[in-house]
Write a protein that binds this ligand. Structure first.
Ligand code: GLA
Length: 384
């Protein structure tokens, strides 16, 4: 059964009636621009064909009931729990967080019953959290007839994650998931929230993006993410700028000379050079030179590995094996400490590259990786 039918079937089975509608939001990968979003910088993600679907209907009484195929038991909460961050936990916190963010923004959120099904793997760094937040947001906005233009959805969904769930993430994931467009990568300026849809025609170039799930357990990812964010913010304060976005690559050496310790220097170097790599990638894509972006992807990986120090052995192994097998470029995508690698490959070579990574994993005794090829797909939408 496909994911939309699973959501509908779950709804019927759980609540004994038909849903009023179904809303979908995808996962994402980030082509390039890692840990730049919370530094007010640039990112270039795209939405995946893998989606989370929420079947929903209004319910009387101002309460929310959510069933997910991850769990047998539905979770029910009212305004009191939604208004107090932390009261609802586990996967349902992403749902309660959206109710909280909408209410905090002054909206009269309708009570609802929801059923959630998803093809976005959880814990693989493909933004399953942004997908559920965004699908629930789309559902509640529609069901309540709320006056909330889609341009404001990413910030609201981010607030659910930052302030209700308690993860200090940036604006990239929710933007990609909500604003993604088929056949395009989303060039986002995280300071102004301006976006430009950049054509990313893999088929036309005879190329494919292979996504490799490292299956590495997330090791201390939350604490390390927060620590990276803190050191970037401290460095910006030392340099007297609002955010590291304000350090142009031409001023990098001068900025590094003003920082006291080597670790901070490396963190700053990653962010400043990564912003430039996003701009360079966008310029190449605008010129239709998709294949030529490969070296920028690989340089981004080296920067995450050596300067930002957010990769793990499984991830580095996947990148090296993909490159040895002929990928034009490869890099970790997402927050780090596990998650996925993406590799830009000839369309006809995707299987061979996947096999080479699987073999390299076996040699090192790692759990076999997951692999799939993906196309840039559409963002959050109502299915009807
Ligand atoms: C996670 C966060 C994003 C972003 C990336 C790193 O995916 O949710 O906001 O910071 O890590 O680029």
């Amino acid at each position: 059964m496909n994911v939309a039918d699973r959501a509908t079937a779950g709804f019927r089975q759980r609540y004994g009636v038909e849903p009023a509608g179904r809303w979908a939001a995808p996962g994402r990968v980030n082509l390039i621009g890692e840990h730049t979003d919370y530094n007010d910088g640039f990112v270039l993600p795209f939405a995946l064909p893998l989606r989370t679907v929420v079947a929903a209907a209004p319910a009387p009484g101002g309460r929310w009931t959510v069933w997910s195929e991850l769990d047998d038991e539905p979770v029910e909460f009212g305004a009191a729990e939604a208004d107090e961050p932390g009261r609802v936990d586990g996967w349902a916190a992403y749902v309660a967080g959206v109710v909280w963010a909408l209410r905090a923004d002054g909206h009269d959120v309708p009570g609802a019953r929801l059923a959630v099904a998803s093809d976005v793997p959880v814990g693989s760094g493909l933004s399953s959290s942004a997908a559920i937040e965004s699908a629930v947001l789309a559902a509640l906005v529609d069901l309540g007839g709320l006056d909330l233009p889609a341009g404001r959805w990413p910030r609201l969904a981010q607030r659910a994650e930052n302030d209700y769930v308690g993860a200090p993430t940036g604006i990239m994931d929710q933007s990609a998931v909500i604003r993604g467009r088929a056949g395009h990568a989303l060039f986002l300026d995280c300071r102004t929230e301006e976006v430009e849809q950049i054509p990313f025609d893999l088929d036309g170039a005879g190329l494919a993006v292979l996504v490799i799930d490292s299956r590495a357990p997330h090791r201390h990812a939350d604490g390390e993410y927060a620590a990276r964010r803190r050191s970037c913010e401290q460095a910006a304060a030392t340099l007297g700028v609002t955010a590291l976005r304000d350090v142009p690559v031409a001023d990098l050496d001068a900025a590094l000379a003003r920082l006291g310790d080597d670790e901070t220097r490396r963190r700053v170097r990653h962010v400043v050079t990564e912003n430039q790599r996003v701009l360079d990638t966008v310029a190449l894509l605008r010129a239709g030179r998709v294949r030529d972006t490969g070296p920028l992807l690989t340089a981004s990986h080296a920067s995450m590995r050596d300067d930002f120090e957010i990769t793990v052995p499984e991830i580095d192994t996947a990148v090296e094996a993909a490159l040895s097998a002929g990928a034009y470029g490869a890099r970790m995508t997402g927050g780090g400490f596990g998650g996925c690698v993406l590799a830009l490959v000839d369309a006809g070579a995707a299987d061979a590259v996947a096999a080479a990574v699987t073999e390299a994993y076996a040699e090192r005794g790692f759990t076999a990786p997951g692999t799939l090829t993906v196309q840039p797909s559409g963002g959050a939408t109502r299915l009807g």
